[in-house]
Structure formats: structure tokens, C-alpha cells
Design a protein around this ligand. Structure first.
Ligand SMILES: Nc1nc2c(c(=O)[nH]1)N[C@H]1C(S)=C(S)[C@@H](COP(=O)(O)OP(=O)(O)OC[C@H]3O[C@@H](n4cnc5c(=O)[nH]c(N)nc54)[C@H](O)[C@@H]3O)O[C@H]1N2
Ligand SMILES: Nc1nc2c(c(=O)[nH]1)N[C@H]1C(S)=C(S)[C@@H](COP(=O)(O)OP(=O)(O)OC[C@H]3O[C@@H](n4cnc5c(=O)[nH]c(N)nc54)[C@H](O)[C@@H]3O)O[C@H]1N2
Ligand SMILES: [Mo]
Length: 768
């Protein structure tokens, strides 16, 4: 039997024989399907699935003292569903009675799985909002700094993300594309909520065939597809602002800037120019100054600036640039540079972000607001910036700054996570692991024995999309698909909806939570509400029954539209931006008014806490790029053969320049210890001359597995880079994650650490 399913990396047909997944085939609609689908072959029906509800032994057996230090290393006791639900409900009730709902943290950040209805985090929030709410998380690990800075400067993030210059426009009209951080097709495999046609690669190839010239400013050459023949400029990571200032200086010195555009469409350029020329701080940001910092030659900077001014130029930056210390600055500076070039709003010119970061960025298909199951209002109204979780756990009652406001961290006694993995996504995991001991209770819904499940007290086994039915439909994809149930649930797994229905029933709020509807009835309800929206948008959706019969529905195409800023360019007063002045703010009096030293009133070069060539005598001499993994989505399906076959010497693959390796006596295929003063992990070595020699690449997503070495120090065994990254906010403005600012050192490992054990189930204890 064949069943259609959808993932966040594409749509597949799954062949099932005798109840077992036997083949996973991509669909004809997809011009460049992702191989990530192979993870479904063995990864769903796998010994690492959580079969039954399980409770951590030290928590279950010590009600007075939950022995939270054993979280992550304890064994588990399997308990029947009814009992587990009773225990979890009693614990939620206790915390609410003792602390109020502000004692519950359910930021629950994470990607979970595709599917409009069975969205784990929405289900969790809908349930908790029915029992008084919780503390939630604001913004995302992906684009926290961008989401907060850009509305002050140019546009609301989500508007920009969905409507910025299309790849078609670039292919047809650009002459030069300058990409900071490249456009790695590896990342365009995925799109939040799902993707039907992977068009990023074909569209970029088309641009290259038309003769568009590409420049990639990135520590890694493979961040740009080979067929684009890009010029690779390996600047030091974290120095993009200095480089852009050097480029801006050439535009001023050689009078290559568009002063008319700056006067009519921007505010505050003079303040910025005073800074650029050193009038305000005594430091001229000329190409020589920039070259010292970024490591490219001054001549290279001058030549690039001249070329940018002489062509129809589109500048863009990967999201990675803002996932770094002072990550607000490269985005503000790129907008400033684009404004100086004066091509914003022209076809094939201007500025954009995140091309190839996800497969939908720059697509020119219809955007549509599909209905969801409402989460309702969070009665506590409390939230923290998403990446400040460890700070929150460490400092209850302590203050934090965010976007002009000062707030207080809540005092958390219970954490509930569904559909995310903080032991994948958060920085400085050794620090998180300690802070994680603070709450009395951690509840997690998970399909697999992932690191987050192992760091829980009460674990509910969740189904995966193959074991339930759903609809895949996302605002950026023109298709909707029926996601068919292909196999029976593994073990006693239940959908998140059924799990929360069970808790809601125990806590007396089932009617409010479920409204008496089955999942199929919710899908019908959501489809019918979407049909109303479609009518308002001027088109019709088929009936639910015929959609269910057909399996796939494509929304009507939209005619090609002008660049999102074309109207603004033609008449800025008739089409103002969402900024306070309605123009591009190169100086923001709002931001200046916040008085943040780490985010002043105009784009600025501010030294990050560490960088290549920076001050300080740290023994760490290499920059670690912990980018997105090619062979999985984050930590998902790391246990599958598709991800495991990429491991080197049984651990995550670290790429290093051969000369850098040889200088340290490191050979290809060996195991190395990667370390700094925050932590250490092991990784397997692969050589590549496609990297800046002082940069190593260890992608995110290997399953966190800590072992204590002979000196009593934690050593991470699988190759998880987040034991090395620092947990500090980008700035007081956005408080985003700073993962991409990280120095490490590397040495051949000859110790006796075991291979990771995290790819086998944890140990179980019989019930008392
Ligand atoms: N060093 C460094 N760290 C980073 C980054 C970086 O660049 N460098 N990038 C950051 C970014 S951009 C992001 S978005 C984050 C990603 O971080 P996450 O989104 O937290 O990572 P995932 O591995 O996708 O976690 C999803 C979890 O949900 C589970 N799951 C899947 N389906 C279901 C379901 O139906 N129900 C339930 N209950 N669970 C389900 C999966 O098993 C998995 O454990 O990582 C961040 N971390
Ligand atoms: N296959 C796959 N694709 C994914 C994901 C996945 O897990 N797997 N995750 C998805 C998610 S959630 C997100 S948010 C996006 C993330 O999209 P991005 O944030 O853009 O992706 P990264 O892979 O973190 O970084 C892209 C490249 O930026 C370069 N870079 C890093 N630091 C710097 C710097 O300081 N300056 C310059 N110039 N370049 C730098 C690195 O060489 C790196 O390879 O990817 C999405 N796509
Ligand atoms: Mo992300």
C-alpha cells in the first residue's frame, strides 16, 4: 500500500508492506527532491521509539526530593497511560496551586513535524491556556535578532520574509549578487511546515546561466552551489560589519553612493556617515581598517565596492550572520549599504535575507493564511526571549532587557516540552544541563528517546506523522496535501492531541480543549475555515471531501508581482514602510533612546566577545561554524541510517583544512577533541580545502551524550557543538542566540572514551 506523507523537507509516497515501511519515494511534482526522506525508511519503526509512558526513577521514588541532579542519567520506569496521566495532572495542579501558572515554562521551542493540526507546540499551548497558561518564548532561534531589529529599520520581519525580492526577479534582472554567508542549497532542502517543489537550486542555476555574477563572502566555499561559479571571499566569520563598513567607505570616498535616494527614502544617513568617516568616534572605517579585521585585502574590498556600484546589485545575508554576538548589526549594516547603493525597490536590486536558508525564501508563489486550531490566549501574558532559558532558570526574579523594556524572569518549577529539543538547540549545554536541575518536574512528549526525552521526568510517547492523519499546508507553499496514516502507532504511542485530551479530561477541561471533535473533524473544520479565507482572497477551495479524495490541491497561481518595495521606491509617502518615519531608518531614535551600549542608534562595528584576530590570549585559535546539517533536520532522525552513514569514526564529522590539521598532527578519519573553556566534545575528522584555514565546521544536531572523563570533566561523545558555544544574548535589544560566535581548539584524541550510547534506548527499572 502507498500512502502520501509530508515532511518539513518534502512530500513523499511511503510504501508499506505487512505493516512495515518498505520504500519512500519522492513525488513527481518536486524538481529536486531531498534525500532526507530516506530517514523515514528505518527511522520511524526503530528500537529508539518510546513504547510506553515512562517516569524517571529518581523522580518517581523520591516525592520529597526529586533527585533532579540525576536528570539525564537516571533510568526510567514504564507506567500505564492512566497512571502517567494522573501523575502529570497532579503535578501540574500542585505547581499551579503553589506558584501560579507563572511557575510553568512551556516555551517548548522547536520544529516538531509537518502537519497543520498535529502541531505539538500549538497543542501544548492550547491545553495549558485552558488551565491558566504558562510562561512562553518569544521569537525564534532562527531569526531572533532579525525579528527585533528589522521592524525598527525597514520592515516587519514576517512581511519581509514572505514578500521580499523573488529568485525569479534576481534571475531575470540582477547583474551581481553579493551573498554574505552564501546560499547553501543544503539548507533550502527544508521549509517550516512543509515544501512541495524545491525550486531554489533550479532558480539560482537559471540566474547563473543568464550571466548573473555571484560573490560569496563566507568562511566555507560550499555555501554556494558549484554551478554558480561564485567568487569566494573567505572573510573571517563575525567580521561582516567591518567589511561592509569598508565597502561603504569606498562608496563615499569615490562618490559612488546614491545621495538622492538617501535623501528621499531614508532618515539619519548623516549620523551614520559621521561614524563611517570617524567624525563621531575618531576611527575612519576605510578599507585598510576593514581589511585588518576581516582578513580580506583592502584592494579586494575596493574592487568589490566599485563593482557593486557599477551594476544592478542584490545584496543578501544568510540568517547565520544574525545568530551571532551583536547579530543585529550585520543586518542593519547590510540595509545601510543597500540604501547607499540606492537600488532598493528596483528589479533585481536592493537587499534581502535568508535566500536558501529555507526552501520557500524568494519563491514567487501565492501566500495563503491557512486556518489553525486556535491556541487561545495565554492568561499569564508572560514570555521570555527564546534563547534566554538558562538565564531564566538561573535567575528567578532577576531582571532582563529586551527591545526597550525591562522585565523580570519568572520562578519556574515545571517545564513542559513538546516538539523541540533544547539539548540540541540551546548554547552552552553544560550550563543548561545544570540549570535544568532547578525545576521539580520536566514533562516531555516525544516519539523517540532523544536527548530531551532523556532529560525529562515524565515522558509521554508521541506518534509521528506516519501514524496519524493530517493536512500539510503552509503559508508559503501553493499546495495542500492529505497526510495519510500509513502505519499503526508504534508501541502505545498517542498523538499529542490525544495526550493533551487525556490530561484535559483528568483536569476537567476536556470540552474546552477538544470541543468534542475528533482529529478528522478538526481537519474538516480547519479546511472549511480556510475556504472562507480563500473566498476573501478571491478564489475557491474544493470541498473537504473532494480534497480528501484527491489528496493534493494546488492553489491558483498569482500573476508576477513587482518587487515588494517597488511602491515605496516610486512614492515613499504613498507607500510608507512600517518604521516610525515610514522610511528606511539608518539612524533610529527609538533604538538610540533605549541607551544600549551593545546596540546603539545606527549600524556599528562592535567587537564580539571573541573572534579570529581579536584581542585576548585565549588558547582557542580556530573559529567553529556550527551550521545546519546536510543529512538531517536539526537533531531529527540522527539515529536513522541516512544520518548515521555520514558519521566519521562513530561521531559527527568535523571538516578542517588539511594544513590546519597537519599542523596539529591530525589525520583524516581520526577522532579529535574539540574544546574551549566552556566544554569539549569528540568528533571524527574529514579534510576539506573548501574552508578558511582558521575555521572548522561541526554541524548541529548530533545527539547530546555526556560522559565524565578521568579528570571528572564532561566530554560530549556524539559531536554536539553546543557544548562549545556561548550562551549570551545578541544584545539587550533582541537577546537572540549567539551560536555562530565561537572559538575552539582541536587536538588528536587518544583517550578511552566510549562511542555514544545515546543511539540505544536508555535503561529501565521495574516498577516498585
Ligand atoms: N550551535 C548552533 N545551535 C543552533 C543553531 C545553529 O545554527 N548553531 N540553529 C538554531 C536553530 S535556527 C534552530 S531552528 C534550532 C532547532 O532546534 P529544534 O527545532 O528544537 O530541533 P529539532 O531537532 O527539530 O527538534 C524537534 C524535536 O521534536 C520531536 N518531534 C518530532 N515530531 C514530533 C511530534 O509530532 N510530537 C512531538 N511531541 N515531538 C515531535 C523530534 O523528535 C525532536 O526531538 O536549533 C538552533 N541551534
Ligand atoms: N538540511 C537542513 N537544512 C536546514 C536546517 C537543517 O537542520 N538541515 N535548518 C533550517 C533552519 S531551522 C534554519 S533557521 C536555516 C538556517 O539558515 P542559516 O542560518 O543561513 O544557516 P547556517 O547553516 O547556520 O549558516 C549558513 C552559512 O553561514 C556561514 N557563516 C556562519 N557565520 C558566518 C559569518 O559570521 N559571516 C559570514 N559571512 N558567513 C557566516 C557558514 O559558512 C554557514 O555554512 O536552515 C534551515 N535549513
Ligand atoms: Mo531555525
Amino acid at each position: 500500500m502507498r500512502h502520501r506523507t509530508a515532511t518539513q523537507w518534502g512530500v513523499y509516497d511511503v510504501e508499506v508492506n505487512n505493516g512495515k515501511v518498505s520504500a519512500v519515494d519522492s513525488i513527481d511534482l518536486d524538481p529536486t527532491p531531498s534525500a532526507l526522506g530516506n530517514g523515514l525508511l528505518d527511522g520511524v519503526q526503530h528500537p529508539l521509539r518510546i513504547a510506553r509512558p515512562a517516569i524517571r526513577k529518581g523522580w518517581l521514588h523520591n516525592p520529597g526530593n526529586r533527585n533532579t541532579a540525576a536528570r539525564g542519567s537516571d533510568s526510567f520506569v514504564e507506567v500505564p497511560w492512566d497512571e502517567a496521566l494522573e501523575i502529570a495532572a497532579a503535578e501540574l495542579t500542585r505547581v499551579i496551586a503553589e506558584r501560579g501558572n507563572s511557575g510553568i515554562f512551556a516555551g517548548s521551542y522547536g520544529w516538531a513535524s509537518a502537519g497543520r493540526f498535529h502541531h505539538a507546540q500549538s497543542q501544548l499551548h492550547r491545553f495549558l491556556n485552558r488551565i491558566g497558561g504558562c510562561v512562553r518564548a518569544m521569537n525564534s532561534y532562527s531569526t531572533a535578532a532579525a525579528q527585533v531589529i528589522l521592524p525598527h529599520v525597514i520592515s516587519y520581519w514576517h512581511e519581509m520574509e514572505l514578500h521580499q525580492t523573488t529568485l525569479r526577479d534576481i534571475a531575470q534582472h540582477s547583474e551581481l549578487v553579493v551573498s554574505f554567508g552564501g546560499m547553501p542549497l543544503r539548507n533550502a532542502q527544508v521549509a517550516y511546515g512543509g515544501i512541495t517543489e524545491h525550486q531554489t537550486g533550479p532558480m539560482l542555476s537559471k540566474a547563473a546561466r543568464r550571466g548573473v555574477e555571484f560573490v560569496s563572502i563566507s568562511p566555507i566555499a560550499t555555501d554556494m552551489a558549484d554551478d554558480l561559479n561564485a567568487t569566494w571571499l573567505p572573510a573571517r566569520p563575525g567580521t561582516d560589519v567591518a567589511l561592509m563598513l569598508g565597502l561603504a567607505h569606498v562608496l563615499v570616498a569615490e562618490n559612488l553612493l546614491n545621495r538622492a535616494f538617501l535623501a528621499s527614502h531614508t532618515v539619519g544617513y548623516e549620523r551614520f556617515e559621521d561614524y563611517l568617516l570617524g567624525n563621531s568616534d575618531g576611527q575612519v572605517k576605510d578599507p585598510q581598517w576593514a581589511a585588518e579585521i576581516c582578513g580580506l585585502g583592502a584592494d579586494t574590498i575596493i574592487a568589490l565596492a566599485r563593482k557593486m556600484a557599477s551594476k544592478r546589485t542584490f545584496v543578501n545575508a544568510a540568517w547565520a550572520l544574525q545568530r551571532a554576538h551583536h547579530g543585529e548589526q550585520p543586518y542593519w549594516m547590510l540595509v545601510t549599504l543597500a540604501a547607499m547603493l540606492g537600488q532598493v525597490g528596483l528589479q533585481g536590486g536592493g537587499v534581502g535575507f535568508g535566500y536558501a536558508a529555507e526552501g520557500f525564501v524568494g519563491s514567487d508563489t501565492r501566500r495563503f493564511n491557512w486556518a489553525t486550531m486556535s491556541k487561545g490566549r495565554n492568561p499569564t501574558g508572560l514570555a521570555i526571549p527564546v534563547a534566554r532559558i538558562t538565564d531564566m532558570l538561573e535567575n528567578p526574579g532577576g531582571p532582563f532587557d529586551y527591545n526597550g523594556k525591562r522585565n523580570t524572569y519568572p520562578d519556574i518549577d515545571l517545564i513542559y516540552w513538546a516538539g523541540g529539543n533544547p539539548f540540541h538547540h540551546h548554547q552552552d549545554l553544560n550550563r543548561l544541563r545544570k540549570a535544568w536541575q532547578k525545576p521539580s518536574t520536566v514533562i516531555v512528549n516525544e516519539p523517540w528517546w532523544t536527548p530531551i526525552a532523556r532529560h525529562a521526568d515524565i515522558v509521554f510517547p508521541a506518534t509521528t506523522p506516519l501514524e496519524r492523519e493530517d493536512i500539510c499546508a503552509s503559508s508559503h507553499d501553493p499546495y495542500a496535501h492529505v497526510m495519510q496514516q500509513a502505519i499503526a502507532p508504534e508501541g502505545d504511542a498517542r498523538s499529542d492531541y490525544t495526550i493533551f485530551s487525556g490530561l484535559a479530561k483528568t483536569m476537567g477541561v476536556l470540552d474546552e480543549f477538544s470541543e468534542g471533535k475528533t482529529p478528522r473533524e478538526w481537519l474538516r473544520n480547519m479546511w472549511e475555515r480556510s475556504s472562507e479565507t480563500a473566498k476573501r482572497d478571491g478564489f475557491e477551495l474544493p470541498s473537504f471531501d473532494s480534497f480528501w479524495q484527491e489528496g493534493t490541491h494546488k492553489l491558483p497561481d498569482i500573476p508576477p508581482t513587482d518587487d515588494w518595495l517597488a511602491g515605496f521606491r516610486t512614492d515613499p509617502s504613498a507607500h510608507p514602510l512600517g518604521t516610525p518615519s515610514g522610511k528606511i531608518e539608518l539612524y533610529s531614535s527609538t533604538i538610540a533612546g533605549f541607551g544600549y551600549a551593545d546596540c546603539p542608534g545606527h549600524a556599528s562595528w562592535i567587537e564580539p566577545f571573541e573572534r579570529l584576530g581579536g584581542a585576548g590570549d585565549s588558547p582557542a585559535h580556530l573559529h567553529l561554524v556550527s551550521n545546519q546539517p546536510k543529512h538531517r533536520l536539526h537533531s531529527q532522525f540522527d539515529h536513522s541510517k541516512h544520518a548515521q552513514k555520514e558519521k566519521v569514526a562513530g561521531r559527527e564529522r568535523l571538516r578542517i583544512h588539511p594544513e590546519t590539521a597537519r599542523a596539529r598532527g591530525i589525520t583524516e578519519g581520526c577522532t579529535v577533541r574539540v574544546f574551549n573553556d566552556r566544554g569539549a566534545c569528540l568528533a571524527g575528522v574529514a579534510f576539506s580545502n573548501q574552508l578558511h584555514p582558521d575555521v572548522v565546521e561541526l554541524p548541529t544536531g548530533a545527539w547530546f551524550d555526556t560522559w565524565i572523563d578521568a579528570d571528572g570533566q564532561p566530554l560530549e561523545l556524539a559531536g554536539n557543538p553546543n557544548v562549545l558555544t556561548k550562551d549570551v544574548g545578541t544584545s539587550k535589544l533582541a537577546q537572540g542566540p549567539s551560536a555562530h560566535t565561537c572559538l575552539v581548539e582541536i587536538a588528536l584524541y587518544t583517550g578511552d572514551a566510549p562511542l555514544p550510547k545515546v543511539y540505544e534506548p536508555p535503561s529501565f527499572t521495574a516498577a516498585l
